[in-house]
Write a protein that binds this ligand. Structure first.
Ligand code: SF4
Ligand code: SF4
Length: 298
């Protein structure tokens, strides 16, 4: 089956999304809304318009490209009417200064397989493979299942990065085709996950216990004021210890996604100061005492 998959980026030579050199395929669409999301363009399923005001020369070609353009410049401030989003490609095409771009496209599994195969020698030499990230990959189930089957049939090491909002039936069906789960454990308290990020806060913690331990890395984005207190981080390490999972990654809060919020005219509500990863070093010894392999960073 050659299903179509909604993709917003394909990153070759990735080294932080699983072992070895990898191609990471970023799927578009996520029903959560984590305030720190570094890929806000991944959340909506529809193509996302980026407007780069540094490149804009205010020529208004995008406005005049159509009779009823979704783009206008009241008081010379960019405005995008999303209710006319289906027409915006003409505006992007009219811009000669690269100030507009549409992010996201449906791609066939065949075309993704072709692109992935370009780096087969690197995967073999480094024991790498393919990571499917997002967005939330499981939001595109069953296309995700079809993609994993194709990858496994071609003998790739397959990793999925997920927020854990999937069903038991989906987990059981996809598991034979997945070698590694990079499972987001955003908090030890499911209500905090639900209230701040949305989705079902219980599910990631449930799958954290159900997945085969040697196929799971817990990934913890450490966010000031949300989960950076010692009690919460120790709770997560204790869960990892009880479950004997392969590894835990603490990912220090960063601000690399802020420019994207600006390009989408979305407010960024969290701190603009990144966390120094060194403040997390103190957990390495605590993790060792719990027999947990902890890595600071991905
Ligand atoms: S066409 Fe491009 S450069 Fe011209 S106003 Fe529109 S976004 Fe700005
Ligand atoms: S789960 Fe991931 S992709 Fe979805 S909003 Fe949160 S950080 Fe962004």
């Amino acid at each position: 089956m050659n299903s179509l998959i909604n993709v917003f980026n394909v990153e070759r030579f990735a080294t932080h999304d699983g072992p070895g050199i990898r191609t990471t395929v970023f799927l578009k669409g996520c029903h959560l809304h984590c305030p720190w999301c570094a890929n806000p363009e991944s959340q909506e399923s529809k193509p996302t318009l980026f407007y780069d005001k540094k490149k804009c020369v205010h020529c208004h070609r995008c406005v005049h490209a159509l009779e009823d353009s979704p783009i206008s410049f009241p008081n010379e401030v960019f405005h995008y009417d999303k209710s006319k989003a289906d027409k915006v490609q003409a505006c992007v095409d009219a811009c000669l200064d690269d100030a507009l771009s549409l992010i996201g496209e449906y791609r066939s599994i065949d075309s993704l397989m072709e692109e992935i195969a370009k780096d087969d020698d690197y995967y073999k030499a480094s024991q790498g493979g393919v990571t499917i990230s997002g967005g939330e990959p499981f939001d595109q189930y069953p296309a995700l299942l079809a993609f994993c089957k194709r990858l496994k049939a071609a003998n790739y090491h397959v990793a999925i990065e997920t927020c854990g909002n999937f069903s038991d039936a989906q987990r059981e069906a996809i598991d034979p085709y997945v070698d590694l789960y990079l499972l987001d454990i955003k908090h030890s308290n499911p209500n905090m996950i639900r209230d701040v990020c949305g989705g079902d806060g219980l599910r990631p913690l449930h799958h954290a216990k159900m997945l085969q331990p040697d196929k799971v890395i817990y990934r913890v984005p450490v966010i000031p004021g949300f989960n950076d207190d010692e009690a919460t981080l120790l709770d997560i390490l204790k869960l990892a210890s009880v479950q004997h999972v392969k590894e835990v990654n603490f990912l220090a809060y960063h601000t690399l996604g802020i420019a994207k919020y600006e390009k989408m005219q979305r407010p960024y509500t969290l701190s603009r100061k990144a966390m120094d990863p060194k403040v997390l070093d103190k957990y390495i010894e605590k993790a060792q005492n719990l027999n947990v392999k902890l890595k600071i960073g991905g």
